[in-house]
Ligand binder design. Structure first.
Ligand code: GRF
Length: 221
């Protein structure tokens, strides 16, 4: 199919881009019938930019340090997203706090993945905080982005057991693998028109999603 007629994703990164790679692979396997129209990084040194280049994707670096305010940085992002005719914005390890300048034009079309079982542990150091609390389970949550940091309505939550000898690094490595499986699934639901953000929360197949999100299973479609 001509990439011009496919739904167009923007993937926003700051670092390694392993989730970006999962989207590149899912599109290549046609598990996601979409085109990654642009990969945007706020970090010129993000390893993920090389992944995008290797896949022949358009990239754009918008360095937040070049802007006096968060709002000006966000406006530059919005301009780039509009000129790339983006349908859905996928935050994948994008380490910036967003302002309404970016959130408002894309509300309902803006997804994030957070490496914790939200509402637990918004913010940073999620794996260490889960281990310090003695949690038996950890995981990741895909959610719609709203103005509240890591607080928009959850869509999909993947969980796995913590292990007695886990470190933040070992736990992060297992959660990362889970993220790569679950994030493209949530995007597929969106692209299939099955997933919406409403005033009351996230809806899948016409039903409200629970406050902790749909529980991810490897055989979910
Ligand atoms: C992931 O753990 C994601 O949950 C968080 O940032 C990390 C990004 O990793 N938001 P990568 O850059 O996709 O490898």
């Amino acid at each position: 199919m001509n990439s011009q007629v496919l739904p167009r994703l923007a993937i926003l990164i700051s670092g390694h881009g392993t989730n970006l790679q999962a989207f590149i692979d899912a599109c290549a396997r046609r598990e996601l019938v979409a085109h990654i129209g642009i990969v945007i990084s706020n970090n010129p040194k993000a390893v993920g930019l090389q992944r995008a280049h290797n896949a022949g994707l358009a990239t754009h670096t918008i360095d937040h340090r070049d802007f006096a305010t968060r709002e000006e940085f966000d406006q530059a992002l919005v301009n780039e997203l509009h000129s790339a005719s983006i349908d859905l914005v996928v935050l994948a390890g994008f380490m910036r706090i967003l302002t309404p300048v970016l959130v408002q034009p894309f509300v309902g079309r803006l997804l994030n993945i957070h490496p914790s079982l939200l509402p637990k542990y918004p913010g940073m150091r999620t794996h260490q905080r889960a281990l310090d609390s003695g949690d038996a389970e950890a995981g990741a949550t895909v959610h719609f982005v709203t103005q509240e940091l890591d607080g928009g309505p959850p869509i999909l939550q993947g969980r796995l057991p913590t292990l007695p000898d886990d470190t933040a690094e070992s736990l992060a490595a297992r959660v990362s693998i889970l993220e790569h499986a679950m994030y493209p699934l949530a995007v597929r639901w969106y692209l299939q028109g099955r997933l919406q953000l409403t005033d009351n929360g996230a809806v899948l197949d016409g039903k409200m999603i629970a406050a902790t999100g749909v529980q991810y299973r490897a055989d979910a479609r």
